[in-house]
Design a protein around this ligand. Structure first.
Ligand SMILES: Nc1ncnc2c1ncn2[C@@H]1O[C@H](COP(=O)(O)OP(=O)(O)OP(=O)(O)O)[C@@H](O)[C@H]1O
Length: 254
């Protein structure tokens, strides 16, 4: 088991209600877990339960109301390049090419071109976009844009990649293809990923470990270690059994 990269220590979060002043909604309730190096961890929970809020706290975009998050023993208070983000709404720069988008992070950090260009090319190749280096985002499909988002996150060489429902806006077939590609990339690079989804099948397909959350305010309900060998088959008996077990766990909450 790898060392701890992220430690969520009794995180709670309350937001002031948008409707009434001095009225607070509790979104996260005493959430504690670790993310270990080289592990693919999935946070699975129903819509609006607080998953994005938790990821934003880990990214440093939001502060918790209680508890703290540590990245290798340092308390997280701000965003940092060591924590890469992949969003559902991909947020590419429309005025930059694929290469421009992928290499943007190391470029603004002042890293030498001769170091980051080969790295950017490596990740463009890895996500299957060889030949599209000079293409602008407007010419790319949703799946291709998401590939650029993944290559961009990897190119920054972060300590951890945080993925917030990255395939949520894709059609079912493209989504499945992207899950397969991401699994292959992860098996090759073995980096630390924290992936948020509300899709049980996606979680079982990708994860080493699934952390299941309750409805809002989100609490951890259960953790599953997934030992099914990769590449995983959606129709294998062990896959279907685990999917059924987790579905029952979530239905329990309804
Ligand atoms: N800045 C904010 N102010 C007030 N309420 C907020 C704020 N941000 C999020 N919330 C509320 O917190 C709750 C959880 O939202 P969040 O986006 O974290 O859930 P989620 O599990 O990621 O949802 P989904 O899966 O639908 O994306 C929602 O009720 C949302 O309206």
């Amino acid at each position: 088991m790898g060392e701890t990269v992220i430690k969520c220590d009794h995180i709670s979060k309350k937001f002031e209600s948008l409707k009434a002043k001095n009225n607070f909604i509790e979104v996260l309730n005493d959430v504690s877990f670790d993310v270990r190096a080289g592990e693919f961890t999935v946070l699975l929970g129903p819509g609006q339960c607080g998953k994005t809020t938790l990821l934003n706290i880990i990214a440093g975009h939001e502060l918790p109301s209680g508890g703290r998050v540590l990245e290798r023993d340092n308390e997280i208070k701000d965003p940092a390049p060591s924590r890469g983000m992949v969003y559902q709404d991909i947020r590419l720069f429309p005025w930059l090419t694929v290469m421009g988008n992928v290499s943007y992070g190391p470029k603004v950090q002042g890293i030498d071109k001769k170091d980051y260009l080969p790295r950017a090319q490596k990740f463009i190749d890895l996500v299957g976009l060889t030949g599209f280096e000079d293409t602008y985002p407007i010419k790319l499909s949703g799946g291709m844009k998401q590939r650029v988002g993944i290559a961009r996150a990897y190119c920054n060489q972060p300590d951890i990649i945080l993925m917030d429902e990255p395939f949520g806006a894709l059609d079912a077939q493209t989504r499945y293809m992207m899950q397969e590609e991401l699994s292959k990339i992860w098996q090759k690079e073995k980096n630390t990923v924290l992936f948020v989804t509300n899709n049980i099948e996606e979680a079982v397909y990708l994860a080493d470990r699934i952390i299941v959350f309750s409805r809002c305010p989100a609490k951890i309900k259960k953790e599953y270690q997934i030992n099914i060998p990769r590449p995983r088959k959606l129709t294998s008996v062990e896959f279907l059994e685990l999917r059924k077990e987790i579905t029952a766990q979530i239905e329990d909450d309804m």
